[in-house]
Design a protein. Structure first.
Length: 185
C-alpha cells in the first residue's frame, strides 16, 4: 500500500511512500540553520517542536484521532513524493484507513529533527522519520515487520496552543524493508 506520512508526522501512521528501494537515508545537515551556530530562540523552538512530535507519536500509538487533529492547522496539507496533495480531512481519513491494517506500531518508530530555521512565528523543519510497524500476512494473518524511512520538510506555526503543523512534504524516500529484507513493492 502506498502510504502517507508526514515528517511529523502524518507520515508515521500513514506509512511512507514506498516507490522502490533506496539506500538508507544518511543524516544530513539540510537547511541553512545547520551550517551555523543556532540561536537560543532556535534551540528552544527545536526542543518544543521535538516535544510536539513525540506527543504526536504517543497520540498515534493510542490511535487518538481527536488529539492528532489538534496538532494540525485547519489549512494543513500533506505533499507526497508523487505530487499528491492531501488536505487535513484527507490526511486524517488516510490515518484512519492505515490503522485498520496495522497490527501495531513499534516503539522503535521515531521522528528526529535534522534542522530548523525560524522566521517569526513559523519554523521550517527537516525531519527524518523511521516508521516501524507490523502488518498482517494476507494469507494467514501472521505479523510482518515493515520499516520505511522518509525525510520531510515541515512547516510549523506558533499559536496560543504552542507549535502545530501546517504543512508536511515528503522530500526523500529511503530504504523499505519487510522482515529485515529489502523490499520493493
Amino acid at each position: 500500500m502506498r502510504g502517507i506520512i508526514s515528517g511529523f508526522g502524518l507520515a508515521v501512521l500513514l506509512g511512507a511512500a514506498t516507490a522502490g528501494v533506496a539506500p538508507p537515508l544518511e543524516h544530513s545537515s539540510v537547511g541553512s540553520a545547520a551550517a551555523r551556530e543556532r540561536t537560543a530562540q532556535e534551540r528552544v523552538a527545536q526542543r518544543d517542536i521535538q516535544q510536539a512530535i513525540n506527543e504526536w507519536l504517543e497520540f498515534s500509538e493510542a490511535r487518538d484521532m481527536e488529539a492528532i487533529s489538534r496538532t494540525m492547522t485547519p489549512d494543513f496539507e500533506l505533499h507526497l513524493l508523487d505530487g499528491t496533495v492531501l488536505n487535513r480531512r484527507q490526511a486524517l481519513e488516510g490515518m484512519r484507513q492505515e490503522w485498520s491494517s496495522v497490527l501495531r506500531v513499534s516503539d522503535q518508530t521515531a521522528i528526529t529533527i535534522e534542522s530548523l530555521a525560524l522566521s517569526g512565528p513559523r519554523a521550517t523543519v527537516y525531519t527524518l522519520q523511521r516508521y516501524v510497524r507490523y502488518l498482517p500476512d494476507r494469507k494467514d494473518g501472521s505479523p510482518h515487520e515493515v520499516i520505511t524511512n522518509v525525510r520531510h520538510r515541515e512547516t510549523w506555526v506558533f499559536t496560543a496552543r504552542g507549535w502545530i503543523m501546517q504543512r508536511v512534504e515528503e522530500v526523500e524516500q529511503g530504504a523499505t524493508t519487510l522482515d529485515g529484507e529489502p523490499y520493493q513493492p
